[in-house]
Write a protein that binds this ligand. Sequence first.
Ligand SMILES: Nc1ncnc2c1ncn2[C@@H]1O[C@H](COP(=O)(O)OP(=O)(O)O)[C@@H](O)[C@H]1O
Ligand SMILES: [Mg+2]
Length: 395
Amino acid sequence: MSLPNLLIHPGHPDFLDLPWDESVSDWEHDRIVEMPAGVHRHPVVFVAYDEGVYVVKELPHHFAQNEYSVLTELENRTYRSAPPVGLVHRGWVDDSEEHSAAVITQYVTHTFPYRRLIAGIGFGKRRARLLDSVAGLLVELHLAGCYWGDCSLSNLLYRYDGGAIEAVMIDAETSYLRETLSDGQRLEDLEVMKMNLAGEMADIAAEKGVGIDQADLRLGEDVEATYLALWEELNADLIITRDEGFRIRERIARLNDLGFSVDDVELDPTDEGNLVQMRVHVGNRKFNSDRLRQLTGLAAKENQARLLLGDLSYFLAKNGYASDAHRAVGVFAWLSGVYEPIVSQIRTVWPGDDPVQGYCDFLHHRMRLATERGFDVENDEALSSWMESGFPGFD
Ligand SMILES: Nc1ncnc2c1ncn2[C@@H]1O[C@H](COP(=O)(O)OP(=O)(O)O)[C@@H](O)[C@H]1O
Ligand SMILES: [Mg+2]
């Protein structure tokens, strides 16, 4: 049996038990599992190990190398792309052949391809949230200097993140990274996205036997409009007077609310020192999840973290732990007395597979009850009510 060159990130299986001498489309192997997938060009298989499920995609060596190196570098810049695991090179096959190489990525858990959703039940009332998350992902990739070059419904995965939806990028075959992208590069990436989305919506309409007039062809334009508004919010220069320092804090708070951390604020005097031009340098959309981790050690997605931090702040304020001196004790009291006991109950009864999302759904239900009644509802009562009502989520 011929063995390819394998470059594997540490902490994963060695994948040596897979039948590499055959093309993956011919594989018949115990490790192969069925997972939901979008429409794709290259042969793709999903393989299960104790460490998790992995995706093996076969493609010509040059493209595989590009995808692997972009995903590897991107992992240092953002956390919203498929985690790369390995690069496989079959040295005995001509490099231009489809099966000359393969990229292994970690299957992104709790996700589902956009393409499957739209071709199935459709967006329904989640349309705006689903599109916002695509625009947010593109902004984040562009801020990280990544030109995607193939944003499409099949290359976008989504997962629930608190009350929002988080989009994840896979398929970096045509992508490249720069220190910063030019406006032209960003706009070109948006053009590709619009063209892909319109084409896919037309395909889906045809598959469903629906006339082209009824196809939701404006999807791409709507994503673009949200993208442009968000980009402006993040990048606009603001002119303030010297005594309006509070507007700097306001702007940082607004960006933090959107989840972006602010790396630096640049202030340049203009108009002979009477006015100040303010420019912010934003980082990843991880402000809340970083803060939650610092305070509590808990790992959560960005919007989940925002909701958990809200619950924690409320607990601290209500129980007299809000001052700096008492906060550490209060955080411990929340973790051991509130969060952990509720999450362990959720784990045993909740049908979903991400207990942090279960906790967020419970928080949402508690808030709904309190709004209906006009006063606070205790956790025990809210939890029983959430369970008895069949674990309602955000819709
Ligand atoms: N890391 C991943 N996690 C979850 N699903 C994935 C992952 N990588 C690929 N997939 C699924 O497999 C499909 C094909 O992968 P992709 O990289 O887009 O191949 P192609 O380049 O042939 O389009 C995707 O539409 C997606 O549904
Ligand atoms: Mg693809």
